[in-house]
Structures are given as C-alpha cells and as structure tokens.
Ligand binder design. Structure first.
Ligand SMILES: [Fe+2]
Length: 327
C-alpha cells in the first residue's frame, strides 16, 4: 500500500475541487477506482480458530439477515485470488460480542463462535457469508461505534489485512475514528433490501502483483450455497486431520475421512501460494484414508524447511491444514 493513498479529508476535498477545474487527478483519489483494500484496527474481540462456515448466525438470531459477497482480486482488480481466508467477526444486534461479553440477547443455539466464522474465496475469487447486521455500541459516554464487521483477510500468498466494513447511512460514521478516516471510503458500502435480507458487496483488492503469484492445481468449486445454518462451506462428512508427525523431516501422514465415496483432490502449497505437489487426485471410497507425503515437490525434489499448506478438496467443499518441514 502506498502512503500517498492515505490523505486527509480536507486534502481529499481540495483535490476534488481541483479536478473540476480540469486538472488530471489519479483515479484512486476519488475512492472509486482500483485501490488496495485498506487496513483498520483489530479491536479487542478477535478470537482465533473460528469455524469455517458460510452462515455465521442461526436462523433464530435476532437482527436483520445480512448477506455480504464479493470478489478477492489482485491489485489489477481483475485477477481472482482463490483460497483467501476471510475471517469475520462482529457484534450481535444489540452491539454485544460473544466470547468476550455476556450478551443478554441472541445466540439461541448457544454457539461458542456465534457471529464468527471463516470463509475461503473460490477459484473465481468469490466469497460470501450470511449473518445478521451488527448493532452499534458505546465505547464511551455518548461515543458510539457504527455498525461494522471486522475482517482478517489472509491470502495463501502474503500477509493478512485486518480491516472493518461499514454501511452507508449509519449515524455514527462521521464521528468514529475508523469509519471517518478517509482511507475507509471504499469500506463503507450500501446495503440493498431484498426478500432474503440485506445484500452488500465488498470486493477485496490485495496488494498482489497478478503476474508473479498465480495459484495452480485446483478443481473449480461452485459458489458456496446458503440454505441453512449447517450448510457450511466446509461440510460435515469431510475431515482433514492434523498431519502426523508434524513438523516432519522425511515423511508425514495425512489422515482424511469421508462419509461417502467422492472425488478427492489433496494438494500441497507453500506459503507463497505456489503449488508444490498433488497427493491424491481420484475417487476415494468412504471411510478413513491415510496419505503419505514424502516432502517432495512434483518433480521429486525435497522441499526446503518451511511451512506448507495442505488443501483437501471435494466437489462439496474443502478443508485446510498447515504443516512444517524441518530439514
Ligand atoms: Fe467492533
């Protein structure tokens, strides 16, 4: 991210005035161009290991249903970045955060990770999650945070972006330090009222040069379906257990379990998103399978010390695990 993209509101208005006089103004300064997604503060309520799922709120959770979708792309705003983990957390309808606060309302299914979850962008970069619209909350006497959703966005290649999403028309946007920052301009989105709830689109633009970090070796996966609370991006009936041993030197075993016969793709990537090897690419019967990886890439060469990502993919969904090679 370039520092010159962060400008004060006053500067923003001045530049806007100049543009009407006919001077050239870079498109990004208007906030509607192809800008990298900007960061925002983490806040105190993030919790690790949120479940992989598309629907974060029980159908009985109080609040307006909200569906956020978008595309994760490289910095050209076009090249899709699949397999990006979008970790989402937010307050309930009354502005209360589960895990950290005792919420008097909501969470009818007593879900430990209520209103939290991780989704993964598909082959076309698209992601979607369904939840309820968070409420505003007080952070001091007469000081309120607007309705917002926290996001931690982690591509296979590159660092996480921690940011927040706001909604147009919120009374508290102009006074909140996060949402009133000019760099939040692309993160204040309109919501459209529909029969299935409020719909919002938030495209995530990563500072990734599309020419040097392509990710290969995946079957296309259809868009995540939204039907009920248990229809998760990572479905029931598909298990990827932590590899053992881990870390490992010469070889490790990756145990998977399937509740039905299905086509399986089991692949290894490095943290730069480069495809390393495919361990399984065929139909497997239901039950347990132990798959050995000898720590070699597809050319039969030992991979160097480092962290690697194992992705189990079936037509129904996928699971992700990490492992470490020590030479
Ligand atoms: Fe928050």
């Amino acid at each position: 991210m370039n520092d010159n993209k962060i400008i004060t509101r006053r500067k923003f208005l001045q530049i806007g005035g100049v543009s009407t006089a006919g001077f050239f103004v870079p498109r990004y300064l208007f906030g509607s161009g192809c800008d990298d997604t900007t960061p925002d503060f983490l806040g105190p309520f993030w919790e690790e290991d949120a479940p992989y799922r598309t629907v974060l709120a029980s159908s009985a959770e109080p609040g307006h249903r909200l569906i956020i979708s978008g595309k994760v792309t490289a910095n050209d705003c076009q090249t899709p970045i699949p397999n990006t983990i979008v970790d989402v957390w937010h307050a309930n309808d009354a502005g209360c955060y589960g895990i950290f606060e005792n919420c008097e309302t909501g969470n009818p299914e007593d879900d430990e990770y209520n209103l939290r979850g991780r989704v993964i962008s598909g082959l076309n970069g698209e992601y979607v999650f369904e939840t309820i619209k968070p409420g505003f909350y007080a952070v001091g006497p007469d000081i309120y945070r607007p309705s917002h959703i926290h996001l931690m966005i982690t591509p296979i290649a590159g660092d996480s972006i921690i940011t927040q999403l706001y909604f147009e028309g919120d009374d508290y946007i102009d006074t909140d330090p996060g949402s009133s920052n000019p760099n939040a301009i692309n993160r204040i989105i309109p919501l459209q009222e529909t029969e299935s709830g409020l719909l919002g689109v938030f495209n995530i633009i990563l500072d990734i040069d599309p020419s040097d970090k392509m990710i290969n070796g995946f079957y296309p996966v259809g868009p995540a379906r939204l039907s009920n609370y248990h229809n998760r991006l990572l479905p029931e009936g598909l298990w990827l257990f932590p590899p053992y041993p881990n870390p490992f030197n010469s070889s490790t075993n990756i145990k998977i379990e399937l509740d039905r016969s299905t086509t399986v793709l089991l692949s290894v990537f490095d943290l730069k998103g480069q495809w390393i090897n495919t361990l399984v690419k065929r139909r497997l019967h239901s039950g347990e399978h132990s798959i050995r990886w000898d720590g070699k890439n597809s050319s039969g060469i030992d991979v160097p010390t480092g962290e690697y990502i194992v992705i189990l993919q079936t037509p129904a969904g996928r699971k992700v695990s990490k492992l470490t090679v020590l030479r």
